[in-house]
Ligand binder design. Structure first.
Ligand SMILES: C[S@@+](CC[C@H](N)C(=O)[O-])C[C@H]1O[C@@H](n2cnc3c(N)ncnc32)[C@H](O)[C@@H]1O
Length: 273
């Protein structure tokens, strides 16, 4: 099957936007169209395309769909005291624990960011790509006054919540809803964080890590990947080292690798000194 009508595309998109699983998420139509387009060549019928499209969408969104009610969390923010370091940290830990990916990092939070800043120094600008709840780690990310921090995610309600949190706790920082594969952020920054998402972006589109790395205007990328599978049974280290090596093939970019907890940290220097 290599052609499809505009009416078919609209039907597939409409079905997603009205489904219980996705209707709250305000997913950009452009991303849904992209997922349909990349699954078109390997689908022999409309039914198969529908299945492949929904599987691809599930892989992008659902492993980290959790039970956070973002509207409720936005309202609850008003009652929080985020002006003292202790209360801010306690609040951030409480919210981080609600999301599987940041929850895994809590036991290693200090070591994780200490390792990063020992290597990259003190950046003045950070882009956090596919951020999920990473901005709740900001109390452990010691940025200098005047530094900029922009966090990108595809999930609409999550981004609205993050923006509400940032405007109270870090008014100069921003959360932005954007598909970082279709639109890698263009602004120049010292550093990009790209934590625990490259392996899933590669599933969406093989070669996507390289597309993203090429598309962003930063000198250093800190990319992390899990060193074991979600159940902790199998090592993914060789596989994930290979993923990064492949993304860097043919470039002069340098990488160094560290491990904190069960996260492999790849420091990719795009402009080697
Ligand atoms: C693995 S989770 C969390 C990653 C987070 N950086 C961390 O370390 O906890 C992946 C996040 O990436 C977001 N995401 C997936 N694909 C994306 C894309 N193309 N553009 C922006 N965000 C994306 C999802 O909405 C989800 O919040």
């Amino acid at each position: 099957m290599n052609t499809i009508t505009e009416i078919d595309i609209k039907k597939l998109i409409e079905a997603v936007n009205s489904s219980r699983k996705y209707r709250e998420l305000d997913l950009p139509e452009e991303m849904l169209r992209d997922l349909i387009a990349v699954n078109l060549p390997n689908s022999r019928s409309m039914a198969e395309l529908k299945t492949n499209f929904r599987t691809a969408l599930h892989n992008v969104i659902a492993p980290y769909l959790e039970t956070i009610d973002y509207d409720k969390e936005i309202q609850a923010l008003q009652a929080e005291n985020l002006s003292l370091p202790e209360t801010l940290e306690a609040y951030c830990l409480k919210i981080m624990a609600k999301h599987a990916s940041t929850r895994e990092r809590i036991p290693h939070l200090e070591a994780f960011f200490n390792t990063i800043f020992e290597i990259i120094g003190s950046p003045h600008s950070i882009l956090d790509l596919a951020c999920a709840m990473d901005p709740l780690c900001l109390p452990w990310i010691k940025l200098s006054p005047g530094a900029s921090f922009k966090a990108y995610d595809i999930n609409g309600p999550r981004v609205r919540y993050l923006q509400a949190f940032l405007s109270l706790a870090y008014p100069n920082y921003q959360a932005i809803q954007q598909d970082i594969l279709l639109h890698p952020p263009k602004e120049k920054a010292d550093c990009a964080f790209f934590f625990k998402e490259a392996h899933r972006l590669e599933k969406r589109q093989p070669g996507s890590t390289r597309i993203l790395l090429d598309g962003i205007n930063v000198s250093t990328v800190v990319l992390s990947l899990p060193s074991v599978d979600l159940k902790g049974h199998h090592s993914l280290e060789v596989f994930h080292r290979h993923l990064v090596e492949k993304a860097l093939e043919g470039t002069t970019w340098q990488q160094e690798v560290h491990m904190v907890g069960n996260e492999l940290l790849f420091f990719i220097h795009k402009d080697p000194a």
